[in-house]
Design a protein around this ligand. Structure first.
Ligand code: PEP
Ligand code: CO
Length: 445
C-alpha cells in the first residue's frame, strides 16, 4: 500500500478518541492544517543526526517530563522548573558519562493519553475516560469529559506557547539557571544518604561546578554558550488527527515531516503492526520512538522495526523498553537478539513497567524499582555488547509526592501531601536529581 498522510485512515485506529461529531472534527482538522508548524524540518534533521551519534555510543539521550502535560499547568514556573531539572540531570550525566547529552522533553504537546477503559464509572455515573487535554478535560462532569475536537486547537496553541517560552529561555535568560551558584543540591546534604554516598555526590557536584567556573574563567566560552542548551520536544503520537494535520512537505527536502514535534513516539498500546499508528509513522521523516512493554514478542518488534525503518537509516529508530524491574531480565535479551545488527537507539523507560497501586488505591512507583530496572537494563546491554543510549523518565521539577522512596522521598503514607499528576506518578525534583547521580556513577564504570 502506498503511504500518504491519510493512509492510516484505512487501518484499525487503536485508542481512537471517541469524538461524536465528524463535522466538528473536520473543522478542527482543517483549521489546524492551515496553521504554521510548531517545529522545523532542519531541527528534526539535526536531532536525527544526534540520535545517530547516540546509537553509535558517542552521545546519550535524556528524555523526561510529565506523563500528561495539561493546559492548566502551562505556566512560566512549571516550564522553567522542567527545563531546570532536565538541565541539571544532563550536567550530572555529562560528568559521569564523559559524553554529550541530548535533552528531549516530554513537552509542548504531550497532551494525549491512551486509556485501558473508554469510560470511567463513579458512584453509578459513567462518563468517557480522561484522554488527555488534547481530547477532553479531567473534571468528572459530562461537558468536561466530552471528547471535543476544538481541544485539538487549544492543545496546539498551548504547545506553541510552551515552545515559545522554551525557545526564549534557551536563547537568552536561561544562563542563570545553570550557573554553578544556582545549583541547588540540597539533597546531597540529606541526612538519609550514607556518608560515603554523600561524599561522592558532593565531590561530583563540586567537580561539576569547578569545571564550569574554570572554563568560564579561561574565557573559553560563556557558560550559556558552552552548553548551548538545546532542548528537543517529543510526545506520544497518539492522536493521529492532530499529527496528520501538521504533517507536511517542506521546500527542498524529500518526504513528509510531522511538524508537531521533533520526536514522536508510538505507545505500547498502539504499536500493532497493521494498525493506524504503524502506518502513519512509517511514512514520516522524523526519528520515531517505539515503546516496548513485556507483552511484545521479539519477532513482532523486529517486524515493526522493519516496517518503520526499512532503509536502516541511522538515527531513525528508537526503541524505548519499559519492561519492569521484574520483567526486564526475561524480555530484554530476546529483543536485543531479534533486532540483530539493525541500527536502533536503545532507551530505557524504567517508569511504565513499575506502576503499582498502594493499599489505599493510589498509583505510585518506587524509586527502588525504577533504579533496579535501569541497572538490570545496563547490565544486560553490557553483557550483549549493545549500548544503552538513553533514558526516559516521567518527572517534574517540582516538589510533588507521587513516587515513593529515594533518599529523601515520600513514604506511601506521605503520598497525599502533594499528588498533582493528571495521569502517572512522576519523580520529583530531588528524586530525579538523585537518579541522575546514581546513573552517572553506574555508567562511569
Ligand atoms: C506514557 O509514556 O505515558 C505511556 C502511556 O507509556 P506506554 O505506552 O509505554 O505505556
Ligand atoms: Co505515563
Amino acid at each position: 500500500m502506498t503511504w500518504s498522510p491519510s493512509s492510516w485512515r484505512e487501518k484499525l485506529y487503536a485508542q481512537a478518541p471517541p469524538y461524536e461529531s465528524p463535522d466538528e472534527l473536520r473543522v478542527a482538522e482543517q483549521r489546524l492544517a492551515a496553521l504554521p508548524p510548531l517545529v522545523t524540518s532542519w531541527e528534526i534533521e539535526r536531532l536525527r543526526g544526534l540520535l545517530a551519534e547516540a546509537q553509535a555510543g558517542r552521545r546519550f539521550v535524556l528524555m523526561g517530563g510529565d506523563c500528561a502535560e495539561t493546559i492548566a499547568e502551562c505556566s512560566s514556573a512549571a516550564i522553567a522548573a522542567k527545563l531546570k531539572i532536565l538541565l541539571q540531570m544532563s550536567m550530572v550525566l555529562v560528568h559521569g558519562l564523559q559524553r554529550p547529552i541530548v535533552r528531549v522533553g516530554r513537552f509542548a504537546g504531550q497532551y494525549a493519553k491512551p486509556r485501558s477503559r473508554v469510560t470511567e464509572c463513579r458512584d453509578g455515573v459513567e462518563l468517557p475516560s480522561y484522554f488527555g487535554d488534547l481530547v477532553n478535560r479531567i473534571e468528572f462532569d459530562p461537558e468536561a469529559r466530552r471528547p471535543n475536537p476544538s481541544h485539538l486547537l487549544t492543545g496546539y496553541q498551548h504547545a506553541a506557547l510552551t515552545l515559545n517560552f522554551i525557545r526564549a529561555l534557551v536563547e537568552g535568560g536561561f544562563a542563570d539557571l545553570h550557573h554553578p551558584r544556582q545549583w541547588d543540591l540540597s539533597f546531597v546534604r540529606n541526612a538519609a544518604l550514607r556518608p560515603q554516598q554523600r561524599e561522592e555526590y558532593e565531590r561530583m557536584s563540586q567537580n561539576l561546578a569547578d569545571g564550569l567556573k574554570l572554563m568560564e574563567a579561561l574565557g573559553e566560552a560563556r557558560i550559556e554558550e558552552l552548553s548551548r542548551v538545546d532542548f528537543y520536544t517529543s510526545h506520544e503520537g497518539l492522536n493521529l488527527y492532530y499529527e496528520a494535520a501538521l504533517t507536511r512537505r517542506v521546500p527542498r527536502r524529500e518526504g513528509y515531516y510531522d511538524l508537531t514535534t521533533h520526536l514522536p513516539w508510538i505507545g505500547d498500546r498502539t504499536r500493532q503492526l497493521d494498525g493506524a499508528h504503524a502506518e502513519f509513522f512509517r511514512g514520516i521523516q522524523n526519528p520515531v520512538g517505539i515503546k516496548v512493554g513485556p507483552g511484545a514478542t521479539p519477532g513482532e518488534v523486529a517486524e515493526l522495526a522493519e516496517r518503520i525503518d526499512p532503509k536502516r537509516q541511522p538515527g531513525r529508530l528508537m526503541l524505548i523498553t519499559r519492561l519492569g524491574a521484574q520483567g526486564v531480565g526475561e524480555h530484554l535479551p530476546g529483543l536485543i537478539e531479534a533486532l540483530g545488527d539493525r541500527p536502533v537507539l536503545w532507551v530505557c523507560d524504567p517508569m511504565h513497567g513499575n506502576t503499582r497501586k498502594t493499599g489505599g488505591g493510589v498509583k505510585t512507583r518506587s524509586f527502588g524499582d525504577i533504579l533496579t530496572e535501569l541497572e538490570r537494563t545496563i547490565d544486560i546491554h553490557e553483557e550483549r555488547g549493545t549500548w544503552l543510549g538513553g533514558v526516559h523518565f516521567e518527572l517534574t521539577g517540582e516538589d510533588v509526592t507521587e513516587c515513593v522512596g529515594g533518599s529523601g522521598g515520600p513514604t506511601e503514607a506521605e503520598l497525599g501531601r502533594n499528588y498533582a499528576s493528571a495521569c502517572d506518578p512522576r519523580l520529583n525534583y530531588q528524586q530525579s536529581l538523585e537518579l541522575a547521580f546514581v546513573l552517572a556513577r553506574r555508567l562511569r564504570r
